[in-house]
Design a protein around this ligand. Sequence first.
Ligand code: C5P
Length: 233
Amino acid sequence: MNSSPIIVALDFSTREEALALARTLPPDRCRVKVGFELFVAAGPALIDALHELGFEVFLDLKFHDIPNTVASVCRVAAGLGVWMLNVHASGGRRMIGAAREAVDATAHRPHLIAVTVLTSLGAMDLAEVGIAASPQEQVLKLAALARQAGADGVVCSAREAASLRAANGEGFLLVTPGIRPAGAGGGDDQRRVMTPAEAIVAGSDFLVVGRPITQAASPVDALNEVLVSLGCH
Ligand code: C5P
């Protein structure tokens, strides 16, 4: 049983790079995330290869379409044996519910996670697409909708974790990117970051960590440092 809260984002453009990195990591001490770029480049065969290495996989493709189409793709994704997949909460109650039903009908039943408001969107961006609420209000609203419609949790900033935990209770999974280990310094495009320990204290269940591990001189050492900072040995 893998009790690690760390999900390593395999943000690579080729199968070879992704597998070369994955082979250096212990699959019982982390999980891996496959997003658009890598999945479009390497496809389901890469998911199989990661499973053969012993990893559980978060398929981060943020499905958003009519309920029937989303249900179909969730069924196929669950059939790949992934551990977690996600949909956009803004697809609405029926879309999330259709994803829930589809996932529940599979043998594997991966965690179904919803994306609320993309962190790239500010109040002005929301206003332009007809949403008067602030990003924070919209996150809380969509998270509640996602939970009611059957999602197991949401992707969220660590800064939103405490209010989402308070509003949605224990057991609702909070999956948090924007993590930078203490002393990692800035220098990349993430701005509102938290350390792994801060994010866990704020209520996150899983931490998505990309470059601090994948671009480290020794990814396995970087992973172990994060785990030690969390008291995981
Ligand atoms: O390299 P880094 O740790 O910034 O990678 C974070 C990962 O989490 C990337 O795969 C990125 O796309 C994803 N992500 C994010 N912020 C969000 C949602 C997802 O950084 N709001």
